[in-house]
Write a protein of this length. Structure first.
Length: 235
């Protein structure tokens, strides 16, 4: 049985042994605990999770004997939701503070079948240290390829998916801000070993090179209704 947690909150200014202002938060131990960026609080309180209908739709692609990959996991809305549907979830989030929120959600939700990685995925040419360009305070949209609107930069590590030797993959969600092609270039052995699982991916503009590469692997690509930038690749 996994350890259960509660949150103890203390003032930054007070001494550690000053307990006058302690706050204890006990969470719903039967539920999923999503740790979300506060600057989007109004949206979350009014409408729930971003892409909630899409997440619900994706449940059909998971199975109890299969692995789910969340590549570009952010704070884990897909990873945490899918955990009960899959044998195991591997979640990849290179941005440091966003990764910490992802891990916190996993711990507070008591999910023992979720493994989180604090590095990004890419091609052989990208492996090693890279510069991630942060374009928003909510951890979303960060990219290796951003050319404008950069708030700050963070050094991250990139690895190939093929070097992790993951098998039995049933479904992949990939949202890596224009690095999708490079992720796939570093995942050819993995995709073949898992008999080319379905891939949900984002493409914010016409990207014929990416689409041609995916189709060259034997996939068909269709846009997902109700979205403007999400696609499903399936064989």
């Amino acid at each position: 049985m996994s350890t259960k947690y509660f949150i103890l909150s203390k003032s930054v200014e007070s001494a550690v042994d000053d307990n006058d202002a302690n706050q204890l938060v006990f969470l719903n131990t039967r539920g999923i605990q999503y740790i979300l960026p506060q600057n989007n609080l109004t949206y979350y309180s009014d409408r729930g999770l971003f892409e909630s209908q899409l997440i619900e739709w994706c449940k059909q692609f998971c199975g109890p004997d299969k692995v789910f990959l969340d590549i570009g996991a952010h704070t884990g809305t897909y990873a945490l939701t899918m955990a009960s549907r899959c044998k195991h979830v591997y979640a990849f989030e290179p941005q440091k503070m966003t990764y910490y929120a992802l891990c916190g959600g996993v711990a507070l939700s008591f999910l023992e079948n979720v493994t989180c990685f604090n590095f990004g995925l890419g091609s052989s040419e990208q492996t090693g240290k890279n510069t991630l360009k942060i374009i928003s305070n909510d951890g979303g949209g960060s990219s290796l390829h951003a050319e404008s609107g950069v708030l700050r930069e963070e050094e991250i590590e990139i690895r190939r998916l093929d070097d992790l030797n993951i098998s039995d993959i049933g479904f992949i969600k990939m949202d890596v801000e224009n690095n999708e092609l490079y992720v796939l270039q570093g995942a050819l052995e993995t995709l073949e070993r898992s008999d080319y699982p379905k891939i949900l991916f984002e493409s914010n503009q016409e990207n014929e090179v990416l689409f041609s590469f995916i189709r060259g692997l034997g996939y068909s690509v269709v846009p997902i209704g109700g979205t403007y930038n999400m696609f499903l690749a399936s064989v």
